[in-house]
Design a protein around this ligand. Structure first.
Ligand SMILES: Cc1ncc(COP(=O)(O)O)c(C=O)c1O
Length: 378
């Protein structure tokens, strides 16, 4: 079977028509209002509140700074926070940057999210909060996590980087918990190149966050505290406004890709496709599979290499586990014996290409490769 002529990456941003962006830039050249809550920024915040069905949202330069500010907002700057090792580096790093020790909790083998049954045994007098991640946009066990938080007086901040547009029990997934952070990085379903948003539960909280992301300035002469520069600029906000106009088409195309992969891969021995979450309107941000070497014939790593040989750049999100990074590996909670499910999933996971401009015929061919590698390994 022939390789692809051009590389097929795991994702690619769908670009809006250049003329539309140029037209917005013409306006920017006239106003010269490039950042600090400009017109595009204000409009994007309003439109996102509408689209995501949330009341209070603050735009950021990226999700990492938004997570740091979320923790600062709740004054979580000492002690421990329970989080997952099966995530992108930013999740534990924001804890470290706030002077907090991450405590890694094992994950559920079906959802790949933090396993609530394992949280309570990790709580100590130093525990301040829980920082779960809705990995791949799949909702965490929100009720169980909230129950634990209520019983122990803990704050829940969701890393909702993957959840743009996901609804759970009829509500926006990013409206649960004490706060949620979305990422608009170039690899995300909805993108502003770099960018993110913090969804807050109240107007007062959102106002404080707005001050914190602007060096703590409440007005020209009042600094309420040690803030940071987390602002989104007008170039990003303009791009976001154009992306939002086409988001439904993006999701619809990805739904079709998801359907084709599911149909084609279902019968391949050793390939497991995660079950679709209940009560959830999905966003199809990722297409993860698990590779069981004993049944598939080759390992996940070998499959990854063979796909690369065909010019297909699938990604091992999230391998290695964050608990394996040298900066965290010595923590007691990072001991692999405490994280058996996360260890196994990190060895088996592979995310296949999915994005709004990916040809359906390419999806068919990638599926054929996966079947072919299994048969040829017999
Ligand atoms: C789970 C998760 N959290 C946080 C981030 C950080 O987002 P950003 O790149 O917008 O800072 C990402 C991805 O980039 C992510 O995948």
């Amino acid at each position: 079977m022939h390789s692809f002529e051009n590389p097929i990456y795991v994702t690619r941003p769908t670009m809006p028509p250049l003329e539309e962006y140029q037209e917005m830039m013409t306006r920017l050249w006239e106003t010269r209002w490039l950042t600090n809550n400009g017109a595009f920024h204000q409009e994007l915040e309003a439109r996102l509140c509408d689209y995501l069905d949330v009341e209070h949202l603050s735009l950021f330069c990226n999700a990492t700074i938004a997570l740091i500010v979320a923790l600062q907002n709740f004054r979580i700057t000492t002690g421990e926070v329970i989080t997952t090792p099966f995530t992108f580096a930013a999740t534990p790093h924001v804890l470290y940057w706030n002077g907090i020790q991450p405590v890694f909790c094992d994950i559920d083998p079906k959802t790949f999210n933090m396993d609530p049954a394992r949280i309570e045994q990790l709580i100590t007098p130093q525990t301040r909060a829980i920082l779960p991640v809705h990995v791949y946009g799949t909702p965490c066990d929100i009720d169980a996590i909230q129950g634990i938080a209520n019983r122990h007086g803990l704050t829940v901040i969701y890393d909702a980087a993957h959840t743009f547009g996901v609804r759970y029990h009829g509500k926006s997934l990013c409206s649960y918990g004490d706060a949620s952070v979305l990422s608009f990085h170039a690899t995300k379903l909805f993108s502003t190149g770099e960018g993110g948003a913090l969804v807050t539960p109240s107007r007062a909280c959102r106002e404080r966050v707005d001050f914190l992301k602007n060096f703590g300035y409440a007005d020209e002469e009042t600094v309420i505290g040690p803030g940071i520069n987390g602002k989104m600029n007008e170039f990003q906000a303009a791009f976001g406004l154009l992306q939002l106009k086409r988001i439904q088409a993006e999701i619809d195309h990805r739904r079709e890709i998801d359907r084709i992969y599911r149909e084609n891969l279902a019968g391949i021995p050793g390939i497991t496709i995660p079950v679709e979450a209940l009560h959830t309107q999905r966003n199809f941000a990722y297409f993860p599979i698990l590779v069981d070497q004993t049944k598939y014939g080759i390992s996940r790593d070998e499959l990854h290499t063979r796909l690369r040989d065909k010019n297909v750049y699938a990604r091992k999100y999230f391998h290695p586990l964050c608990s394996h990074y040298p900066c965290y590996a010595a923590l007691p909670s990072a001991n692999p014996q405490n994280l058996p499910v996360a260890e196994r999933i990190a060895q088996q996971i592979l995310c296949l290409p999915i994005y709004g401009t990916l040809d359906l015929s390419t999806v068919e061919r990638i599926s054929q490769f996966l079947g072919f590698f299994q048969k040829s390994s017999l």
